[in-house]
Design a protein around this ligand. Structure first.
Ligand code: ADP
Ligand code: ADP
Length: 228
């Protein structure tokens, strides 16, 4: 676990006149669930991708704990990211999908099995471990994608609109599961959504972006109950 700091982080895409993210400053606490919210194109994904190391930072810095990670590759940052298009390996079982990154990292089998079983328990996937992804519902698949990320025990957990492919009912269900999972793990989490209700119900704090500029960063209660 670790704190995260966007320290004047700025991204100008080649060919663009104005920054897509402009001097972003957010201090995220250890174990906090921070939601980045705002309309399409406001710079949420770019911010998350800068934190993940998937996008160049043109000015400012990104910190994880007391490490300046601005120039580190994604794999050296100890972050795990879940995307909206949860690409699971179709020919592998749920357990193999979840354990794959650990296997690649050379962890021993007993250790992988233990971590996979632990994550499956938390995510309510124990009975599905031997199934193939195609035999799962959309919500279950999304949980496998999360399981694959959390078995690595990352310091920071990143999610980019993970629920956008689910239907309304499943979205509400999975929203609750993600929030309780995060609280159980206590892992510092940055979650991107354009959905204000998601932001309000899931986040310890909500950071509202508009045109690449941070408008407000506060608890949901302060942000939405007293909008003035
Ligand atoms: P959001 O996630 O809030 O929808 P993005 O971070 O994806 O917003 O995009 C922020 C802005 O940056 C938008 O104006 C978008 O058009 C622009 N943008 C995103 N990716 C690129 C890119 N690869 N090249 C040029 N402009 C981009
Ligand atoms: P292989 O023998 O090709 O490595 P396995 O069938 O052993 O593939 O599965 C890959 C990984 O997933 C292994 O590291 C294993 O520990 C884990 N795994 C497989 N089945 C389960 C299961 N039912 N519960 C927990 N972990 C499992």
């Amino acid at each position: 676990m670790a704190t995260v700091k966007f320290d004047n982080a700025t991204r100008v895409y080649p060919g663009n006149d104005s920054p897509s993210v402009d001097q972003l400053n957010i201090d995220i606490e250890d174990g906090e669930f921070l939601v980045l919210v705002g309309p399409s194109g406001c710079g949420k994904s770019t911010s998350l991708r800068m934190l993940a190391g998937l996008e160049e930072v043109n000015d400012g810095k990104i910190w994880i704990g007391d490490r300046d990670v601005t120039d580190l590759s994604p794999k050296d940052r100890d972050v795990a990211m879940v995307f909206q298009n949860y690409a699971l390996y179709p020919h592998m079982s749920v357990a193999e999908n979840m354990g794959f990154a650990l296997k690649i990292a050379g962890e021993d089998k007993a250790q992988i099995r233990e971590r996979v079983e632990e994550a499956a328990k938390i995510l309510d996937l124990t009975q599905f471990l031997d199934r193939k992804p195609k035999a799962l519902s959309g919500g279950q698949r999304q949980r496998v994608a999360m399981g694959r990320a959390i078995v690595r025990s990352p310091q920071v957990f990143l999610m980019d609109e993970p629920l956008s492919n689910l239907d309304a009912k499943l979205r509400v269900q999975t929203r609750t599961q993600i929030a309780s999972l995060q609280r159980r793990l206590g892992v510092t989490t940055v979650y991107v959504t354009h959905d204000q209700v998601e932001a309000m119900t899931m986040g310890d704090r909500v950071a509202l972006l508009k045109d690449g500029i941070l408008q407000q960063c506060d608890s949901p209660r302060r942000m939405y109950d007293h909008p003035d």
